[in-house]
Design a protein. Structure first.
Length: 562
């Protein structure tokens, strides 16, 4: 567990001047802890405060609602507990602060249970907003607590509650039902480019966190964001630009998923071996096949519409005034844009050699990513187990709700230039994803992809070992068409597979006749030998699973009654 930047030695409940004023009784300990949250923790929460609006959400309403306040106090206390010994460099957890944090967590649960039990069509927006905000604070708490599965559970439940509310509100639901190629209704929600209220901010935040679930195995985001507002000729701010980009990304992911489903159907009709493949292997083959499947006019137009939207977005962004915009936000939106741009512009490429047209852009985006990661550096650590494999050196989970890690990973997979790949893999090792995923697992996966492609390229071209390859020196026959990260045993629990010591690469390649074939390769996760092991906390905690199960039961009963 890494220690936040600039943290100082703070004994338990260190007195802070002028505790925050709240609208209900709190102990002095709780008031001081709430101050610590609003003065320190809110700036260290997972993700980017620019994209996830932590300060606008948590600080505006926390003074008035006990459930939110106690969740914030719990979060500030767990943050304080793990920063206790930062001046000495020791990684320890202050037991008193930790116990206080868990007590506050349980207090927040007792308050929020009433709201969850009363969620219905007749409850107020405020009631739902309280539940959603507490689920986000619990999500952050579990990330800082390194409880990945619990964090994911809070996020998934919040997404479901949010959608069930918005689908019945004219201001948020799609003008008409949107159906996928399987006949299922898409969970379309309407974003506002200029947030009018807390619900708008909550929706933006959940939409941006939603994509992170695809890292741990979800096939697609839970929600499909859209924006009914026309793209302006110029954006007035990066915030407005980001909302429109979220909507373009939502349409692109939805279209891509529909095309993959159609490809799977077509493949299964003349490739009987699909039935014996596990879902990850089959999906990998279907994704590869989706590049060349014949599309009807409707889908061709959807793709062209996405391309036109991206070009219009890029033109509008060029008019955003540079002054007053944070450099980190400028970097992040460029990285986010390129990730979506690459997906849309390359998803119908018939061969991998066409990808080389992006090499100049790959280099530029990696440079931006390196600068952005450096901005979030928290510790100086020169210890390495070997050259090019540093310890995590960033604030924990600072990439949550951004496309930074997916973009870096995508470039590591798709750039065939050795030096670019090496930089991407070093970035992945540097980023601290604890509480969300495992950086060492992802970096080992990317390294295997690079090693296998380069090994085959050297066999074909005679290029010697130890000499970096240019993209043009990796022939089509050495390139994977599609790859997928998968558990070693497909049936193992999806939320913890990346904590193991072994992983599996599913890949698709072309044989000499140009036929798409699927195969797999195993890899050993390379972690530092002295990497601290996160031990399970042994103090009794509130039953958050049972808490959200109450909502599931109420929701199911309501659905049956209707």
């Amino acid at each position: 567990m890494l220690l936040p930047k600039g943290a100082e030695d703070m004994p338990m409940l260190y007195p802070m001047a002028k505790p925050a004023m709240v609208a209900f009784d709190m102990s002095s300990y709780e008031a001081h802890a709430f101050d610590f949250f609003r003065l320190h923790t809110v700036h260290q929460l997972p993700g980017s405060s620019w994209t996830l609006s932590w300060d606008r959400l948590a600080l505006q309403v926390g003074h008035h609602e006990p459930a939110i306040t106690h969740a914030a106090v719990a979060l500030g206390s767990i943050h304080r507990a793990i920063t206790y010994s930062s001046t000495t460099g020791a990684v320890t957890v202050d037991p008193d602060q930790h116990l206080f944090a868990l007590n506050q967590y349980n207090k927040a649960m007792s308050y929020i249970r009433r709201y969850i039990e009363n969620i219905s069509d007749t409850c107020t927006d405020w009631d739902v907003e309280v539940v959603l905000l507490v689920s986000l604070l619990f999500f952050c708490f579990e990330i800082m607590h390194s409880e990945d599965a619990r964090a994911t559970m809070h996020l998934r439940t919040g997404l479901r509650i949010l959608y069930e509310r918005l689908r019945k509100m004219d201001a948020y639901k799609a003008p008409k039902k949107m159906i996928d190629v399987d006949g299922e209704e898409k969970r379309a929600v309407r974003l506002q480019s200029k947030p009018r209220n807390n619900m708008d901010l909550l929706l933006q935040t959940f939409v941006r966190l939603d994509g992170d679930l695809t890292i741990i195995g979800d096939e697609e985001p839970y929600l499909m964001p859209m924006c009914q507002e026309r793209l302006p000729t110029s954006f007035y701010s990066l915030e407005e630009a980001l909302v429109h980009l979220d909507a373009i990304a939502g349409a692109a992911h939805s279209n891509c998923r529909d095309i993959v489903i159609m490809a799977d159907r077509e493949l299964s009709s003349h490739r009987p071996e699909l039935e014996s493949m596990d879902e990850d292997m089959r999906n990998c083959l279907s994704c590869a096949y989706s590049r060349t499947i014949k599309l009807d006019a409707e889908f061709e137009e959807r793709i062209e519409h996405d391309k036109r939207s991206l070009n219009a977005w890029m033109t509008a962004l060029a008019h955003v005034p540079g002054s007053g915009q944070k450099q980190s936000a400028q970097f992040l939106i460029q990285i986010h844009f390129f990730y979506i741009w690459f997906i849309i512009m390359s998803w119908r490429d018939e061969d991998e050699m066409q990808i080389d047209r992006f090499e100049t852009q790959f280099a530029h985006i990696v440079t931006l990513a390196e600068a952005y990661v450096e901005m979030h550096s928290d510790v100086k650590c020169d210890a390495k187990i070997e050259p090019g494999q540093p310890y995590h050196a960033t604030r924990q989970a600072f990439t949550v709700g951004t496309d930074l890690v997916p973009c870096i990973s995508m470039i590591a997979f798709k750039s065939r230039k050795t030096s670019i790949r090496r930089r991407c893999i070093e970035l992945l090792r540097t980023i601290n994803m604890q509480g969300v995923f495992d950086s060492w697992y992802l970096a080992s996966f990317a390294q295997l992809v690079a090693d296998l492609e380069e090994k085959r390229a050297r066999e074909i071209t005679g290029k010697p070992e130890g000499v970096d390859l240019e993209a043009s020196e990796v022939p089509e026959a050495a390139r994977f068409v599609e790859i997928e990260l998968s558990p070693v045993n497909y049936t193992e629990q999806r939320q913890s597979f990346y904590k193991g010591d072994m992983g599996r690469l599913c890949y698709v390649y072309k044989d000499e006749a140009g036929r798409l074939l699927a195969d797999q390769a195993m890899f050993k996760v390379k972690r530092p030998s002295d990497l601290p092991v996160t031990k399970p906390w042994d103090i009794t905690r509130g039953r958050c699973c049972g808490l959200w199960r109450n909502y599931d039961l109420v929701s199911a009963a309501r659905d049956e009654a209707s």
